[in-house]
Design a protein around this ligand. Structure first.
Ligand SMILES: CC(C)(COP(=O)(O)OP(=O)(O)OC[C@H]1O[C@@H](n2cnc3c(N)ncnc32)[C@H](O)[C@@H]1OP(=O)(O)O)[C@@H](O)C(=O)NCCC(=O)NCCS
Length: 180
């Protein structure tokens, strides 16, 4: 069962149908889909089908608490045997970027994943030119694992992706969580 989470100026709300319309708009925005390498256009129906098909996944809508504004999404796909989870984050609303919301959303999620879900490892992939995201991940303590050479094909090109991870034993924010 998914939980409401809160940290600083951000709350994470279990993802529901009320979030589809905005998400579809964001996922069709080149400023978002190019950073993810999404290769096909998304419709409300394809999005709904995709959400319903997800297993072993937590999905949250990210809210800016101060303005009670829905501004992005955070997904956590986990392997229950290895207690290892992969996440994706995007703030679809451009005005919400650079205000600490992405950082707070990740702290809330990582605290929950390590402390409540007892995951062991959290990892991510990022394109090498996404410097903002890389700075955020390094600031939070994610360790660079290496380059996945030409692991992604989009826009008629193979692209490298960088892989980062953090282990429960390396995470330092464990006591600061405020649960909503
Ligand atoms: C990447 C993203 C989640 C970061 O969230 P954000 O709320 O914009 O970032 P924050 O305001 O929380 O900033 C946290 C840290 O990120 C880095 N950062 C944020 N904006 C930055 C910028 N314009 N330039 C460089 N670093 C930046 C900094 O390290 C910053 O910490 P600091 O302010 O102490 O220097 C968000 O910008 C986003 O969704 N971008 C589009 C989609 C995307 O790239 N998703 C990730 C795909 S892997």
């Amino acid at each position: 069962m998914n939980q409401y989470l809160r940290y600083a100026n951000t709350s994470l709300v279990p993802y529901g149908e009320e979030h589809y319309e905005k998400s579809v708009e964001w996922l069709n925005d080149p400023n978002v889909y190019k950073l993810f390498g999404i290769t096909r256009r998304i419709t409300r129906q394809s999005h709904a089908e995709w959400v319903k098909s997800l297993n072993n996944t937590y999905m949250w809508a990210i809210y800016d608490v101060k303005h009670y504004k829905y501004c992005g999404n955070l997904l956590l796909f986990y392997n229950p045997i290895h207690r290892s989870a992969f996440f994706q984050i995007y703030l679809g609303d451009p005005q919400s970027r650079g205000k600490g919301l992405g950082e707070s959303a990740l702290i809330a999620m990582i605290n929950y994943a390590f402390e409540n879900l007892n995951f062991h490892r959290i990892w991510l992939q990022v394109f090498p030119d996404n410097k903002k995201a890389i700075r955020l991940y390094e600031k939070l303590g994610f360790i660079y694992e290496g380059i996945e050479r030409e692991s992604h094909y989009s826009e008629k090109k193979f692209k490298n992706q960088l892989r980062y991870s953090i282990l429960k034993s390396e995470w330092n924010f464990g006591n600061e969580m405020i649960k909503g």
